[in-house]
Design a protein around this ligand. Sequence first.
Ligand code: HSE
Length: 428
Amino acid sequence: MTTPLRLGIAGLGTVGTGVVKIVRQKANLLADRAGRPIAISAVSARTRDKDRGVNISAYAWEDDPVALATRDDVDVFVELMGGSDGPAKAATEAALAAGKDVVTANKAMLAHHGQALAEAAESAGAVLRFEAAVAGGIPVVKALTEGLAGNDITRVMGVMNGTCNYILTRMQSAGLPYAEVFEEANQLGYLEADPTLDVGGIDAGHKLSLLAATAFGCQVDFASVELEGIERITIADIRHAADMGYRIKLLGVAQMTGRGLEQRMSPCLVPKNSPLGQLEGGTNMVVLEGDQVEQIVLRGPGAGEGPTASAVMGDVIDIARNCRVCTFGVPAGTLTRATPAKTATPAPYYLRMALEDKPGALAKVATVLGNAGVSIDRMRQYRHADSTAPVLIVTHKTTRDALDEALGAMSRLDVMAGTPVALRIESV
Ligand code: HSE
């Protein structure tokens, strides 16, 4: 009989429960695939006596996740508690210091402490894996570190927060305003306990920073992710963007440029017929571009019990097989400190504004854009009953600096009612 790989699982919420179910229900399949049985030695969670729909009485119980992480009968510490610091970090550090391998779904912890934890793992001869932290069930970390390891990765893009994609696509399909759909998502239990993690783009920004480190061999730098959430997206923008042939997505883009590492998580327009444009509801999509493979599109569930537990088990089975990949694909000591790009790669922009409907108003806008070096590609003015005219402009490719100069000057025009809205159009 081969030696089982023994897990200690901290956190028995949705994902932890899902992992316990897989280990219990698929014991033979896992043993065949891993070449050895996978067993659970001990568990820990905030509450012991709770009906989780799975029997945990056979496992030792620890109140303290640090004690769980360092038990002699635990080979792999499975961290599913969440939170960037506190018990999750303390227990992960303790596990690594004790030479245990760690599998985590904790994007916030790795976005803030990924480099230090990867170094700690390597100096202890342990591995730290995090497939479940990015895009739920989509095996994107594995794709980057293994399947695409022969490529220079040129760009990584993704819709990696299902809640935001649900809100944006529901606004589009039902014609409902943001506040109403936000409340609907809340009722459905889609939002994180702190909803700004979702709608402020922070959760997706954490994920992007982990993918950027893995794709470009650099240290995780979440602080340099340019972050903007979806709170200011209006139903008018969703409709007008559709009218111009686009969908609005909370899109993450990471690319290494001559100006440094660009990491952006912000609402962008993408062509409505593109795979990203067609992504509906809570589903995630990651687009990976490499010099040899060109473009790979991965689509799948970004959250939930089964999908996230599936990703955790992928990492666990790798460890059972003695497949020991470095946290971010290369030894932690070789990860570079990338210079953050100060400005984004030039792109076309969508502009929406309301203009006083009087002679010369459009000419003033066109002049301001021209003076800033921003060229108009397409323009549309809509029928209106009141004294302000809704106007949409799609620019040719321009720098953000030139656009900001134009926006500043536009806001000072006497014909401009309110502040113009500007959204980047990403070429996908
Ligand atoms: N709240 C996230 C989402 C799932 O909506 O995609 C966990 O990262």
